[in-house]
Write a protein that binds this ligand. Sequence first.
Ligand code: GLN
Length: 476
Amino acid sequence: MVSVNYSSLEAIQDEIRKGDLNCVSMVRHYLQNIEEKRHLNVFLEVYKDEALARAEEIDLKFSQGTQGRLAGLVVGLKDLLCYKDHRIQGGSKILEGFESQFSATAVKRLIAEDAIIIGRQNCDEFGMGSSNENSPFGPTLNEMDNTRVPGGSSGASAVSVQADMCQVALGSDTGGSVRQPAAFCGIIGLKPTYSRISRHGLIAYASSFDTIGIFSKSIEDNALVLEVIAGKDDYDSTVSQKKVENYTGAISYDKKARVAYLKETFESEGLNNDIKEKTLGTLDFLRREGHSVDEIVFPLMKYALPTYYILTTAEASSNLSRYDGVKYGYRSPKGKDLLSMYKKSRSEGFGPEVIRRIMLGTFVLSASYYDAYYTKAQKVRRLIKDQTQSILSDYDFIILPTTPTPPFKIGEKKNDPLEMYLADLFTVQASVAGIPAVSIPNGTDKDGLPIGLQIMTNDFKEKELFSFSKYILDKQ
Ligand code: GLN
């Protein structure tokens, strides 16, 4: 029986090579944890027999020395990533009964390197939420404190890694949905540069923001998975053609970094004091280590959240128009004619938050308000992107807290959408700008709740991001 919570795939593979472990026992271990921690409500489906059968195959490959790079890695998938011949529903009733006809490129690449997919995980409906409470399957609980949320929208994927139900999980990050739950669960969560990973097979929420993201316990696992899944793809015309770097080679940082922090972040009204102190503590540590740390003013900061919510709701209203009761999933039996069938299927199939966003998005795109909202927000997005990149031409990294508060109580913000949106205050800047950002654990608050540190850098500098994150994690 496996009793160790392995921090990295390398440790698992070492044990397998020594003959002390195999993939079957690894999968059994995760299955047992999934079973014992069912109350956390993480998995919508567990591929028990299939994962065990795959594990046997990969053990055989190990014995023949033909295993892929991810042999021994067990992965969970947010219910927004397609896996051929498996059900997927984007955490929504409207896709009830739908099965993926193909696998997401990222999923295909994981499997080609012998990763084992263990199941499909709960999430906020279509990725819209910050607490995992917007799911028709009920909230997922934070393992650290079951009365608290794990964050969202990829909250269950974060908990699966936090609670050792798999080694790595893939989520999606449109405005913070990987970084924020990673912070709430005390693990690592990466949102790479927009377009670094193909979006083929990722159910769309807001296409110009959506990125697949990676949850892990170690920087090494995160780097390895990114190396495997990133890169050009004939099925996604927006994916970057840029060569994928060797993220796994020498993850070390021996330079003196130029670090910026934004004055406005630390002046934010809702910023929790423990989080503020911890983040300032990291900045002090970096100063002591001889890195340069400067305060920068970024007055546009207050526009990042409204810009994000105008543009993403606009894109969502368009993306979600395809769920009409005809092409996919749920169809209301109550429709009397075509139009009422559309209306009833959508009103019954979508949850309240998704409906709210479709309505907001339709409003900002309507003829009379298009210029006032949508066009204006596009212009502000450009300004935020340009100014963020201009800071990043003088500095290697921008450091800020991942979230303004520690994990909040289940139910605390559920009925106040604006309060909920504020949970993304610090994560949306990277999403609006399209730059990579990672959340790494940064200790706990006075009640022992996890705190996340966010590091942002310029486009396609994931290698530096991994190296610097590891340096901070190891040294601090
Ligand atoms: N919480 C944010 C939202 O509701 C971010 C979601 C995400 O990144 N998918 O839009």
